[in-house]
Ligand binder design. Structure first.
Ligand code: PLP
Length: 444
């Protein structure tokens, strides 16, 4: 039962049922209600809840040590997890810096890039170009490269103003996704921005290889990712792939950028590779960058819980489970099916304007007019109402306003990678009922 009051506060006064137990793709509340976790929390719990192998690895580690401060000790789980990540990352990216979440990983990347510029005598480089919309975290540094107005605008005076280029929203602009000219069109905006800023002042470009919260699983058009790499190389700009959501296997590759074979200079990961068993994140960096920075002095940055042995033991067991259970293969099979079924829903619901994503990172966007892609009226708060309608049906999905947070509504459907065919049917049934209720209530 819900307590009358709560001392906790987050973003709003909205209260939620109390969680009783989470297992597999389901979460039960103490009042007996059950939800299918169709977004893995916030695209976190990639392997599903309460995986027995991960829990037993954590129990075993707990018997040994739950904390070892990085300035005092090295720990076996942190060393092994760093080896594992270096083995997964492209050749040349072999150094790992552990953190406790995505925002910390992004902060660490931005600061390592700056330390590198200082180490090579390019102190004038400090600008980090990012995309609009984009989401890279809510600490002030990560927020400065985020493109989502409701979260950035209130804090703008407190942040360095970082340049933005348009995210490659081909569907919205009516451009063909599979034409490399489309990818080049958007990538060339980066080059124009670098030239406008003065190339000697530009430190890095940060990009979500497949978009998350702010763009709703945006997949870059053909030609985009390789062209971005070329442009960064041309101007000595470091390329940071933010794989906090897209990493961890749900797109069918452990790192989403591997779909394009593009190698960045740094990678940030967090959510899926720890799957929520413990707070865990990492910055994976090019060996040469780290060596140059350390040769020059030190990297004056770090968090108390870095490399926590319990978190790292959980992370290792998560990666083992992804491999042992063939979860990435399931993510491809179920993800393809999910995509097709969401597309099929477009026949029944005129308001679904686009379906996009890869593997089990799928999203759909609502519109008032498919031909013009005009959004639904803002006052409808569709992103919230449809999500709540699904919640009432026992299905969790994840929604945000599209288009920089100003208007538009997209919904991410990203169940754990262990989702079965029967559970996919359940997702679609519940989503259908939620859409029926939402469209009836809004007269759409
Ligand atoms: N980067 C990306 C791409 C994200 O999607 C997020 C969170 O959604 C973050 C960074 C921030 O991660 P965290 O909320 O763990 O700080």
């Amino acid at each position: 039962m819900m307590q009358d009051t709560s001392r906790l506060f987050y973003g709003s006064r909205r209260r939620r049922p109390k969680l009783a137990r989470a297992e597999g793709v389901y979460i039960d509340a103490v009042d007996g209600r059950r939800w299918l976790d169709g977004s893995s929390g916030a695209m976190v719990c990639n392997i599903g809840h309460s995986n027995p192998a991960v829990l037993s690895a954590m129990r075993a580690q707990m018997e040994v040590a739950t904390f070892g401060y990085r300035l005092h000790f090295e720990t076996e789980p942190a060393e092994r997890l760093a080896d594992r990540l270096a083995g997964i990352a492209p050749a040349g990216l072999g150094r790992v810096f552990f953190v406790s979440g995505g925002s910390e990983a992004v902060e660490s990347a931005l600061k390592l890039a700056r330390s590198h510029a200082l180490a090579i005598g390019e102190a004038q480089r400090w600008k980090v170009i990012s995309r609009f919309p984009a989401y890279h975290g809510c600490t002030l540094g990560a927020l400065s490269v985020t493109g989502y107005a409701p979260m950035t605008a209130p804090y703008a005076p407190m942040m360095a103003q970082m340049p933005k280029v348009s995210a490659p929203r081909a569907w919205l602009d009516g451009l063909p996704l599979d034409d490399p000219a489309t990818g080049h069109h958007y990538a060339d905006m980066l080059e124009a921005q670098i030239l406008e800023e003065g190339p000697e002042t530009v430190l890095a470009f940060i990009v979500e290889p497949i978009g998350g919260a702010s763009t709703g699983a945006l997949v870059p058009p053909a030609g985009y990712m390789p062209r971005i790499r070329e442009i960064c190389d041309r101007y000595g700009v470091l390329l940071i792939h933010d794989e906090v959501i897209s990493g961890g296997g749900r797109t069918g590759r452990f790192l989403a950028a591997d779909h394009w074979g593009v190698v960045p200079d740094m990678i940030t990961i967090s959510k899926g590779f720890g799957s929520g068993y413990m707070p865990l994140g990492a910055l994976i960096a090019r060996d040469t960058i780290v060596e140059t920075v350390l040769d020059h002095g030190s990297y004056p940055h770090g968090f108390t819980y870095a490399g926590n042995p319990l978190a790292c033991a959980a992370g290792l067991a998560v990666i083992d489970e992804i491999e042992r259970q063939g979860m990435m293969e399931n993510a491809v099979a179920m993800g393809d099916l999910l995509h097709l079924r969401l597309r099929a829903m477009m026949q029944r619901y005129e308001i679904i304007g686009d379906v996009r994503g890869m593997g089990l990172l799928q999203a759909f966007e609502l519109v008032s007019d498919r031909a013009t892609r005009a959004p639904l009226p803002k006052h409808l708060d569709a992103y919230d109402r449809l999500t709540e309608a699904a919640y009432d049906e026992g299905l969790i999905i994840y929604a945000r306003r599209s288009r920089g947070g100003h208007e538009g509504d997209h919904f991410i459907v990203a169940p754990p990678m262990i989702v079965t065919l029967a559970q996919m049917d359940e997702i679609m049934e519940k989503l259908g009922r939620a859409l029926d209720r939402f469209t009836a209530e809004c007269g759409l």
